[in-house]
Design a protein. Structure first.
Length: 352
């Protein structure tokens, strides 16, 4: 019954998004939207750069919250971030459903710590989004012709998101949710019920230690996430340029923060389908631009998704814990020094 209910809910949310998409596509007009899309040429490839840079930057804080001996290599950390980002864009659940894919780059024994690090990382990521949304709201108030209500609403939504984030982090730290999350993650972890309590206790203890420990890593992680978010904002600036609009930092910042605001109520819809098109069309109209530009802007971003999302299955297929690779090397007789069995050579010698 629960599975059927979840399926019906997902279909209902997807139907709402599809309806919004059709309504705004019809209201703006296919010809007006097509007129914007024909402006997209070879320069469209440049939209890939801000997303790639921002995603790579946002990959870093997570690994800092892992025990040093369990940390994946840089390639694994960045690959895991791209895989999670691709999965998040396809799966509903507030942009978090894809995050557990990052655990595939960890040994099984380290996955409780890895999930705890994800919890802390998402708290910082959401807080960085709050900072950016407040900046967008204040920019809308003082540097654009938008009605003051829009800027005030943005600041208000940011406040709600921040309070909810801190409240959830506090609840997780105080009461723990490790055993519940383990149930949801069994399809990734493959552990039986006997491991549930142990996994949950390890994760909850790690979350408490991270949130209640040194503040420097938390502040550093927040700063890095803000930098990653700013890099992602540049995507809108580049997209406006591709669409033939003279971009400005003010308009780009306001438009870039729209998905953060709509995410409060629309993250249950995969990729916020229809919601982003509607919101950006309305915002562009309020900024004195053709609403078709907002619709085309989102379509351009979805084209970028088509370039990166197909990489997700490939990255997941290549996922392998770094420590496991080292163990394979230690087991390889070709890479052992015969005089010192405990050492490993960089490469076998050719003695022919």
């Amino acid at each position: 019954m629960r599975a059927k209910s979840r399926t019906r809910s997902r279909l209902a949310f997807a139907l709402v998004g599809a309806t919004l998409l059709v309504v705004f596509f019809t209201h703006i007009g296919p010809k007006a939207i097509a007129a914007q899309l024909v402006r997209i040429g070879p320069h469209a490839i440049f939209i890939l750069a801000p997303y790639a840079i921002g995603t790579a930057i946002s990959a870093l804080p997570w690994v800092w919250f892992l025990p040093p001996e369990t940390r994946p290599g840089k390639k694994g950390v960045i690959a895991g971030r791209f895989a999670a980002s691709g999965a998040n864009s396809l799966l509903p659940f507030f942009g978090l459903a894809g995050e557990p894919t990052r655990l595939l780059w960890l040994e099984r024994s380290a996955r409780a710590s890895g999930l705890a690090a994800i919890v802390v990382d998402r708290v910082l990521y959401n807080t960085a989004g709050v900072i950016l949304l407040i900046a967008g709201g204040l920019t809308a108030l003082v540097a654009t012709s938008l009605p003051p209500s829009i800027g005030i609403a943005a600041v208000g939504i940011a406040t709600v998101i921040f309070i909810a984030t801190i409240a959830i982090a506090g609840a997780v730290s105080r009461w723990g949710v490790g055993h519940r999350l383990h149930t949801l993650l069994r399809k990734y972890l493959g552990d039986g019920p006997a491991a549930r309590q142990q996994f949950g206790a390890q994760m909850d203890e790690r979350v408490r230690r991270l949130l209640g420990g040194a503040r420097r890593p938390l502040w550093l992680g927040l700063i890095v996430h803000v930098g990653g978010r700013v890099a992602l904002c540049a995507e809108v600036f580049v997209a406006l340029w591709i669409l033939g609009v003279t971009p400005s930092v003010e308009k780009a910042l306001v438009l870039a923060t729209v998905p953060i605001a709509t995410g409060l109520v629309a993250s249950c819809i995969p990729s916020q389908l229809g919601v982003q098109e509607a919101a950006q069309s309305l915002m562009c109209g309020a900024l004195g631009m053709n609403p078709a530009i907002g619709f085309a802007l989102v379509l351009l971003q979805r084209m970028r998704q088509l370039a990166f999302v197909p990489l997700t299955p490939l990255l997941l297929a290549m996922a392998r814990p770094k420590t496991a690779r080292r163990a394979d090397v230690r087991r390889s007789p070709a890479l052992r020094d015969r005089k010192n069995p405990n050492s490993v050579l960089v490469a076998p010698l050719d003695r022919r």
